[in-house]
Design a protein around this ligand. Structure first.
Ligand SMILES: [Zn+2]
Ligand SMILES: [Zn+2]
Length: 446
């Protein structure tokens, strides 16, 4: 309920900011906006997006037809400063990162658990972590599921892969007509590795997938898992289409967790999974254009709001994870163009403690992330905004023609269960007649 109210408020602010009242009524599409124009828009929304914790640019030219300062006109809409999915092209030399989960293992309406969608100007898209609750955020971005077939897991805590089943099955039903490719680390033993986890996840979905057999396009219901050595030191685990992805170890809970470096088009993007601050991140994330690193809730808030005991708050908040002051220290070492902190509940009464602690050790560009925060990264600037999403979103059309399944592969009910059907033939026949006529097919009831 809280989330619904928040979205409603967001939509209201959209209407005010843009003056497009018809948007709310659904009778006017949001205007398409080229990336080059977007780059010159004012950044007032950043205050709202991150309580002033963003770094951005100031407007440098007045929109046509506006007053001298470029702020007011009775007839011209002011420049928009939010990201509306499916309304902006991505430039060929540009990267866009969208936070689809920034919170904790206990997903909540405001924050799903860890998930980051990286879109490159060459058309490639990568999902880093797919934590609990995040598949819903991914769906809000209106990206055809055929493009969302590459997932990289930092480790096997559910707040980092708990929605993989939702993306796997939901994506296959909504237009991913190919296997879901997943990369994840090995563990100290085979049972602690990604392959073991996903083999068993696939087994757990036996009933689900068997029950869909013969009903829909079957091509998406396959997991293609690549397990790589968690001990690899900045070793290449992916290299396609001009994109190189490397991994290096993290220190968290057990052996196994990793972080990733993406290199493309002269950019360096780093996604850090959960970790105690480690020397490999300090080395391999150095000079990143954008560096994501976990940053846990400040210890006093873990005790007071999360009801941890002081002992476990210290252990979990500073030793298993990275405390805010330690996050700042790491960022001071690597000096990214933009540091991104996540893995805390970002509320009115928690943000200041995190920000204050980070600022004791780091004074560079910083985003305290929240779900639906968006970064557009070019050589010249890193633009930070919030996405405004449509609650009524449907999956986008499939990018390829669906393949008809082989209906003979359906697994039948037992005679006992099949015999329990009420006779609906007369009720349903008009629907068969209508659809057969409209689409020129000849389907019959079972
Ligand atoms: Zn973890
Ligand atoms: Zn975590």
């Amino acid at each position: 309920m809280a989330r619904i109210e928040r979205v409603a408020l967001n939509l209201l602010s959209v209407a005010i900011v843009t003056g497009i009242s018809g948007y709310i009524l659904g009778c006017a599409p949001v205007e398409r906006e080229p990336a080059s124009q977007a780059a010159t828009e004012p950044k007032a929304q950043q205050e709202e997006a991150g309580q002033g914790d963003q770094v951005g640019e100031q407007p440098d030219q007045a929109p046509e037809g506006a007053d001298a300062a470029g702020l007011y006109s009775p007839v011209k809409a002011r420049a928009r400063d939010f990201y509306a999915p499916n309304t902006e092209d991505l430039g060929p030399d540009e990267m866009r990162l969208i936070a689809c989960g920034t919170g904790m293992p206990t997903a909540r309406p405001k924050q799903a658990a860890s998930c980051w969608l990286l879109e490159l100007g060459n058309g490639d898209k990568f999902i880093f972590d797919i934590g609990t609750g995040s598949a819903e955020r991914v769906s809000a971005l209106q990206i055809p599921y055929n493009y969302l077939d590459k997932v990289f897991l930092s480790h096997l805590h559910t707040d980092h892969f708990g929605d993989l089943d939702a993306l796997f099955v939901g994506g296959a039903l909504a237009g991913r007509q190919k296997p879901l490719r997943v990369w994840g680390p090995s563990g100290a033993t085979p049972e602690r590795g990604t392959k073991y986890a996903l083999d068993h996840l696939r087994k757990a979905l036996t009933w689900d997938i068997d029950g869909r057999q013969g009903l829909t396009d079957p091509r998406g219901f396959h997991l293609n898992v690549t397990e790589f050595d968690y001990m690899g030191m900045n070793e290449v685990i992916y290299q396609e289409n001009g994109v190189t992805i490397r991994s290096f170890p993290a220190i968290h809970s057990l052996d196994g967790p990793v972080s990733f470096v993406v290199e493309w088009n002269g950019f360096k993007f780093v996604f850090g999974g959960d970790t105690y601050p480690n020397k490999w991140y300090a080395k391999y994330a150095k000079g990143a254009d954008l560096a994501i690193h976990e940053c846990f809730i400040a210890v006093p808030d873990m005790i007071e709001k999360f009801k941890f005991t002081p002992q476990s708050a210290l252990a979990v908040g500073t030793q298993i994870h990275t405390a805010p002051e330690a996050f700042g220290k790491v960022m001071s070492i690597i000096k990214p163009r933009m540091a991104v902190a996540y893995h805390f509940f970002k509320d009115f009464d928690t943000t200041a403690a995190i920000s204050d602690r980070i600022r004791t050790t780091y004074d560079g560009p910083l985003s305290l992330s929240i779900d639906y925060m968006v970064w557009n990264i070019t050589k010249d600037e890193i633009r930070v905004r919030m996405a405004v999403v449509d609650e009524d979103v449907w999956p986008p059309p499939a990018t390829e023609k669906p393949q008809l399944p082989d209906a003979t592969t359906r697994i039948p009910y037992s005679p006992e269960i099949s015999g329990g059907r009420l006779d609906m033939k007369k009720v349903l026949q008009p629907t068969y007649d209508e659809i057969n006529k409209q689409y020129g097919i000849h389907e019959k009831q079972e």
